[in-house]
Design a binder for this molecule. Structure first.
Ligand SMILES: NC(=O)c1ccc[n+]([C@@H]2O[C@H](COP(=O)([O-])OP(=O)(O)OC[C@H]3O[C@@H](n4cnc5c(N)ncnc54)[C@H](O)[C@@H]3O)[C@@H](O)[C@H]2O)c1
Ligand SMILES: [Zn+2]
Length: 336
């Protein structure tokens, strides 16, 4: 993974390689600049999660086949997590695998989706039900690409950055506390540092556990409750990042109730979420619906739910199995 401002102007990218992107990305000045370096044919899909499908995968396979793309040829995927997941899946399976270069252009894709080797597409029955663990050859991250990202998208990516800081990097947490306004103004020097640290956290956790047997579960902090909130809202009320922010608020509260985390640490996390314009409470969600989603979570084993919870800022443990009544109270805390 390489990170740097203007990096792509200097990068040795495969100039004739086929490019996958979406219409939202294709409209940005960053993409137009990139196309001066990447001159190969481009397939531009409609933007949005609905394009992360087997239909799009088939379209891309056939597009590659028509262009006689061979085993040694590289695919370049330029975009957010939708494009990096889909491009990753197709590169992992077309001709049993061709090299892939990712150029993530959303903060979420830069710090999360493009790092760690998970690829996938959605089925009507659920998200990410088909996929592989296949790392890309290279990931090129240029923070300048974020200049055009909508603010809600930027804040959503920050939820994952804050998550990483809470579970693994107290120094990053301090930097975020001190520099929130400048980061939100997209100060490129700061963005580069923040992205670099976040990628480092995820890469280190994944390196210990590529196939999700143990340590990788730490990355689920905020997500166990967050996913339930996101699903109960029909994936429309809350963005993924907003749901994770509220999930972290609830799970930190849970850690406090269990005597794992100091109340002051939970409060610091809450203040940091607010500093980045992220919510700490969910309004208008149906409590029984959230509870039902939580119990349906794949991390439920034998009637208990296994959480990754912080025990201080910069450190977390897994698994923690709280009694269900404490979990209910943590949920009440964010649903009021
Ligand atoms: N593989 C993993 O480990 C992993 C981890 C987290 C998330 N994901 C996946 O990532 C996806 C979400 O990714 P996302 O939030 O990046 O969404 P996205 O890829 O759908 O992008 C969001 C929107 O932003 C636009 N966009 C992208 N870059 C832009 C830029 N620089 N300027 C302006 N607009 C831009 C896109 O056109 C799109 O409309 C989900 O499918 C999720 O499952 C995967
Ligand atoms: Zn997430």
């Amino acid at each position: 993974v390489r990170i740097g401002r203007g990096l792509l102007r200097r990068a040795r990218l495969p100039a004739d390689a086929p490019v996958l992107t979406d219409a939202g990305v294709a409209a940005t000045p960053f993409y137009r600049r990139l196309r001066r370096i990447l001159r190969g044919p481009a397939l531009v899909l409609s933007a949005g999660e609905r394009s992360k499908s087997l239909r799009s995968a088939e379209r891309l396979y056939r597009w590659l086949a028509h262009r006689r793309v061979e085993r040694g040829d590289t695919l370049v995927a330029v975009g957010g997590g939708m494009i990096t997941d889909l491009g990753g899946f197709v590169a992992a399976t077309y001709l049993r695998g061709i090299p892939l270069v990712l150029v993530p252009t959303t903060l979420l894709a830069q710090v999360d989706a493009a790092v760690g080797g998970k690829t996938g597409v959605n089925l009507p029955e659920g998200k990410n039900l088909v996929g592989t663990f296949t790392p890309p050859r290279h990931v090129w991250i240029d923070p300048e690409s974020l200049a055009t990202l909508p603010p809600r998208q930027l804040r959503g990516g920050m939820a994952e950055v804050i998550k990483g800081a809470v579970i693994a990097d107290a120094a990053l947490f301090g930097l975020l506390e001190r520099r929130a306004p400048a980061i939100l103004r997209r100060d490129p020097v700061l963005l580069e540092r923040v992205i670099g640290r976040s990628v480092g956290i995820k890469a280190a956790v994944v390196a210990r556990d590529e196939r999700e047997a143990g340590p990788r579960a730490l990355l689920n902090y905020g997500h166990t409750i967050g996913h339930a909130l996101e699903a109960a809202g029909g994936y429309r009320r809350l963005t993924h990042g907003e749901a994770v922010a509220i999930g972290m608020e609830a799970e930190a509260r849970l850690a406090v109730r269990l005597g794992l985390l100091a109340p002051a640490a939970a409060e610091r996390q809450g203040a940091l979420l607010e500093a980045f314009g992220l919510p700490r409470r969910a309004r208008g969600l149906d409590r029984p619906a959230v509870w039902a989603r939580l119990l349906a979570d794949k991390k439920v084993r034998a009637g208990t739910i296994r959480f990754a919870l912080p025990d201080r800022i910069g450190h977390a443990r897994f698994p923690v199995t709280p009694p269900l009544d404490l979990l209910k109270r943590a949920l009440d805390h964010v649903l009021r």
